[in-house]
Design a protein around this ligand. Structure first.
Ligand code: CDP
Length: 228
């Protein structure tokens, strides 16, 4: 997806926000974008779109070639579709995300977004480990599965989906196991990531904690840029 641009990483203040499903990373990334005036890419939407497009083309999620073909054809405009936010799309996403060729096809788009002038925020599973290991600040946002299931259940219910809390919890546990257990870019904190457990926090508290960490990192990063 997308065309690579030859730009330097060194100029970009990149914020990597990783973590499991419904940990709060998307909201944290959005709030950070507002506070720091940086563009935000929800990389989960890329995998959601590939899953949905593969299904619409009649492909099977286990067919790496079919999913990779969808990934190569993906355009940024397709990421605005509200159906990407559904429970079904999340499940399809995690099934196509296991394929190395799908991940490879989405790499250039993420790099180009990350390297834009001024910097960028990307949220996902492998931003700090694989996509932008050079990012000067990395957050790994977690919460207990029960807390995440409650949040996701409220979100899906507000979107009009009829689903039980128990089914959402089952989804979350299955997705954690698949995302963390796969060979290609498994979900895990980068060694230099700051862990943020939001289980006992409101979203305001979590967003404030993230902003403090990232603002401190930006001050250090700016000082190091001036010194070099
Ligand atoms: O919003 P939620 O956390 O439920 O999911 P998402 O961030 O939209 O990601 C959906 C799925 O895409 C995840 O379960 C992963 O399998 C996959 N994904 C990934 O492999 N790598 C990323 N950088 C982002 C998402």
């Amino acid at each position: 997806m997308g065309k690579p641009k030859a730009e330097s990483f060194a100029e970009s203040f990149i914020v990597a926000v990783d973590g499991p499903a419904a940990s709060g990373k998307g909201t944290i990334a959005t709030r950070l974008g507002e506070a720091l005036d940086l563009p935000v890419l929800d990389t989960g939407l890329l995998y959601r779109a590939v899953g949905v497009l593969t299904a619409e083309a009649g492909g099977h999620m286990d067919d790496e070639g079919a999913a990779a073909a969808a990934a190569v054809m993906l355009t940024a405009e397709q990421l605005d579709d509200p159906k990407l936010r559904t429970r079904a799309a999340g499940e399809l996403a995690s099934r196509v995300a296991v394929h190395p060729r799908v991940r490879a096809a989405l790499l250039d788009f993420q790099h180009t977004f990350a390297r834009q002038e001024g910097g960028a925020i990307l949220d996902g599973r492998d931003i700090g480990t694989i996509i932008c290991p050079e990012a000067p600040v990395k957050l790994y946002v977690t919460a207990r599965p029960e807390v995440r299931a409650e949040r996701r259940w409220k979100q899906l219910t507000a979107q009009g989906e009829a689903v039980s809390y128990e089914d959402v919890l089952t989804d979350i546990r299955r997705r954690d196991a698949r995302d963390g257990g796969r060979d290609a870019a498994p979900m895990k904190p980068a060694p230099d990531a700051v862990l943020l457990d939001t289980s006992e926090m409101t979203i305001e508290q979590a967003a404030d904690a993230a902003r403090r960490i990232v603002e401190a990192a930006r001050a250090r990063w700016e000082a190091s840029q001036e010194a070099s």
